[in-house]
Write a protein that binds this ligand. Structure first.
Ligand code: TLP
Length: 348
């Protein structure tokens, strides 16, 4: 049993009993030979959920994204992406270090890019310029606070991509959260993209793994890049089995995480010293600012953790709380009480 309240990330979710049972009894084979029936079943299920021809099981979201980018682009190509997105901010510069790609960041509002800004970032052919190779979108947007692109805006960005003959990649680590917030199916979100990466190991609670989905030829080429990156796994059915349970059983309950995030955010927004824009809290991520307390995020998070509540920092002054199966509605009053205690201490 954990002796603290877990709000650091939905990546901390443990597998369910049903997942452990499925893992124990999963039929397996060598997936590099394409012979693992459980991996093949997961890939087929994931492809059909996303409305794509094919899918590829990868060890992490980071590997899914870099595999996607390597498959779309060549060295020297420009990748258009939002300036706070995970691929740019948290993936160790892999697109440049491993793929020789040039990021072209576009500033969004709470992580969401305007179609006009995307279009303005696409430069016409000129001997001096790196050629544009890909547009990336993140939905939900992590650093934006779990914010969601609506289908209309996605359609407009897709129209921009079409006008310029560019492919689109979705970092849909939390695409199921986006679909629930929009009241739509994941395949509708995915329909605007040539490739989609989504995570099984976040709110869906699988212990390991992500999926890259796309067209048949595209995924065949991606399979080779996954191998190059060292992501060709062998009896991976053991972990893919949990991914199948994640997709079949764990999607609908994400709505509970959203409701908990909303209730938590509402309570936090009423605590003097905390600044929180409630309009951004539409999925399972809550970001708030503690600058009025005269302390930085690190100090705030340390004090909260010492009192048994774990959140992550967004230096210099922001804090992130992520709801998941590891957090229950019953814990909300305790979090609010402990947060208020720190605020009162620092406001004097
Ligand atoms: N996000 C993690 C950390 O890396 C920040 C988290 O705790 O939120 N895309 C998005 C939008 C993500 O939020 C993440 C993980 C990834 C990709 C990468 O997934 P993994 O951790 O499986 O490599």
């Amino acid at each position: 049993m954990k002796d603290y309240i877990e709000l650091r990330s939905d990546t901390t979710t443990h597998p369910t009993e049903e997942m452990r049972e499925a893992m124990r009894s999963a039929p397996v084979g060598d997936d590099v030979f394409g012979e693992d029936p459980t991996v093949n079943a997961l890939e087929a299920l994931a492809a059909s959920k996303m409305g794509k021809e094919a899918a590829l099981f990868v060890p992490s979201g980071t590997m899914g994204n870099i595999t996607a980018l390597l498959t779309h682009c060549k060295r020297g190509d420009e990748v258009i992406l939002e300036s706070e997105c995970h691929i740019y901010y948290y993936e160790v510069g892999g697109l440049s270090a491993l793929g020789g790609m040039v990021p072209r960041p576009v500033r969004g509002e709470n992580g969401l890019m305007e179609p006009d800004d995307v279009e303005a970032s696409i430069r016409s052919a000129n001997i001096h310029y790196a050629p544009p190779g890909l547009i990336c979108v993140e939905n939900t947007h992590n650093r934006g606070g779990g914010t969601v692109y609506g289908l209309e805006r996605l359609a407009e960005i897709k129209a921009v991509a079409n006008r310029h003959g560019l492919p689109m990649h979705l970092d849909g680590a939390r695409i199921f959260n986006a679909a629930i917030a929009l009241g739509t199916d994941v395949s509708r979100i995915a329909s605007y993209f040539d490739s989609v990466q989504f995570c099984l190991s976040k709110g869906l609670s699988a212990p390991v793994g992500s999926v890259l989905a796309g067209g048949k030829d595209y995924i065949a080429r991606a399979r080779k890049y996954r191998k190059m990156l060292g992501g060709g796994m062998r009896q991976a059915g053991i972990i893919a089995a949990a991914g199948i349970v994640a997709l079949e059983k764990m999607v609908d309950r994400l709505a509970d995480d959203h409701a908990n995030a909303r209730a938590l955010a509402l309570g936090l927004s009423r605590i003097p010293g905390i600044e929180l824009d409630l309009s951004t809290v539409v999925t399972n991520i809550v970001v708030f600012d503690v600058s009025r307390l005269g302390i930085g995020s690190e100090a705030f998070a340390e004090q909260l953790s010492a009192d048994g509540v774990r959140m992550t920092t967004r230096p210099p002054h922001k804090i992130r709380a992520v709801t998941s199966r590891m957090f229950t509605a019953e814990e909300i009053p305790t979090v609010l009480e402990k947060t208020a205690k720190i605020c009162t201490k620092h406001l004097g």
